[in-house]
Design a binder for this molecule. Structure first.
Ligand code: PMP
Length: 410
């Protein structure tokens, strides 16, 4: 493998007891020593369907560049122009000096795209969830989260002064049971779910969640990081997919996937967004999204809307690749999206498979605990609109070869 992130030198002297856990942490070292460490791999090119790693071209099946816009000349030119005009950073938080007219334009464009009254742009998607959930959920409130919600939803709820309840993954009956159990002492109820789950690619039963929310007077927020640009007739995500856009209180998205940049947003009623704008600590106390990133996201929204054929190609590629894996005998779980897992079970099997696929010229991601349940280690693959059939066929051949070596398929 190419020049990679170096392992720390072995060293035993001078450690305060507080830092002892770091010196005892061996999980990464064990993988390094076994030659199975494939994390933090340095990529020497853009996140295209093929990337360069260690001077070698590989098929990239581990990128969230769903619509293939990260290296699009129009998106890149928008970012370059923004650097020319605004420089490289905002030197402060949106609240005080960091808001550019570009951020305001992006927010108006996103509100329009999402058919919401208002939208608010943060520096990352992670910060959206931390800020929105912790500012809305107060003392006496309860946040209801799906057990497989993204880490930043869980952390946002933990940061709040409310209580946190986690229901079984995609199990609306379990959610209802909790909503019923929390009686009159509960002030407010806030349900936060992913639209598309990021590790296994399954879609939330949003209409059923909304019905439960209505019955118990709860508000609903959908994290559509993997849904926007991908699901729905016009790419507006999971709520559009189910035809329930008017019933969801808040939808958040990130620019780090379909929208070819970094940053995130939340869209909803103007009064709710204004409350978040003035109360979310990740908005007020953290520097604004850089100009290049805002301009790239703005260009990406335009292209996303004007070129629906990208979404069609993404789905064609998804069906081709997922069907190919299944016909080879791999377990692709409950995937219903361009996130296609290959469930292999044990951590060691997953580590070995990713390493072998790397050697075969295929870049995929290894998902171990706590990213997945114990015994459900998986290889996470994700498709792009811009993958060519020949590249996907090559990847399927490599999966077949390595899967046979590991006795996962025959
Ligand atoms: N939500 C989900 C479901 C995600 O997968 C991610 C990113 N991995 C985020 C939120 C955080 O977004 P960002 O990368 O923009 O911080």
């Amino acid at each position: 493998m190419s020049r990679s992130v170096p392992a720390p030198p072995a060293r035993q002297v001078r450690s305060v007891p507080f830092l002892e856990k770091c010196f005892q942490y061996e999980r990464a070292d064990r993988a390094r020593q076994a030659g199975l460490y494939t994390f933090f791999r340095p990529i020497e090119s853009a996140q295209d369907p093929e990337v360069t790693v260690g001077g070698r071209r590989m098929v990239m099946l581990g990128s969230n560049n769903y619509l293939g816009l990260v290296n699009d000349p129009r998106v890149k030119e928008a970012a370059i122009q923004a650097v020319r005009k605004y420089g490289s950073g905002c030197a402060g938080s949106r609240w005080l000096n960091g808001t550019l007219d570009l951020h305001v334009r992006l927010e108006e464009r996103l509100a329009d795209f999402m058919r919401a009254e208002s939208a608010l742009v943060f520096s990352t998607g992670f910060q959206v969830n931390l800020g929105v959930i912790s500012s809305l959920v107060g003392r006496g409130d309860v946040a209801y989260l799906d057990k497989q919600d993204h880490a930043c939803i869980i952390d946002g709820a933990r940061l709040s002064f409310g209580r946190v309840r986690k229901f079984r993954h995609n199990d609306v009956e379990d959610l209802r049971r909790m909503l019923k159990f929390d009686g009159a002492e509960t002030k407010g109820r806030f349900i936060v779910i992913d639209g598309v789950y990021s590790m296994e690619g399954d879609i939330a039963p949003l209409p059923e969640v909304l019905a439960a929310a209505r019955q118990f007077g709860a508000a609903v927020m959908v994290d559509d990081a993997h849904g926007i640009g991908v699901l729905g007739r016009t790419g507006r995500g999971t709520a559009e997919h189910f035809g329930v856009e008017n019933e969801v209180d808040l939808i958040m998205g990130t620019f780090s996937k379909s929208m070819a940049s970094i940053g995130g947003f939340v869209a909803g009623d103007a009064k709710v967004i204004d409350f978040i704008r003035h109360n979310a600590r990740t908005m007020i106390f953290s520097a604004a999204q850089p100009p290049a990133s805002a301009a790239a996201a703005l260009a990406a929204v335009d292209i996303m809307e004007r070129e629906p054929e990208r979404r069609e190609r993404l789905w064609e590629n998804t069906h081709f690749f997922a069907d190919g894996l299944r016909s080879l005998g791999f377990d692709t779980g409950l995937s219903q999206s361009p996130v296609v897992p290959v469930v292999v079970g044990e951590d060691l099997t997953a580590l070995t498979m990713v390493k072998r696929l790397h050697e075969e010229g295929i870049f995929v991601n290894c998902v171990l605990t706590p990213g997945t349940a114990p015994g459900r280690a998986l290889i996470r693959t994700s498709l792009m609109a811009t993958h060519r059939r020949e590249q996907l066929a090559r990847a399927l051949d490599a999966f077949h070869k390595v899967g046979r070596e590991l006795e996962l398929v025959s």
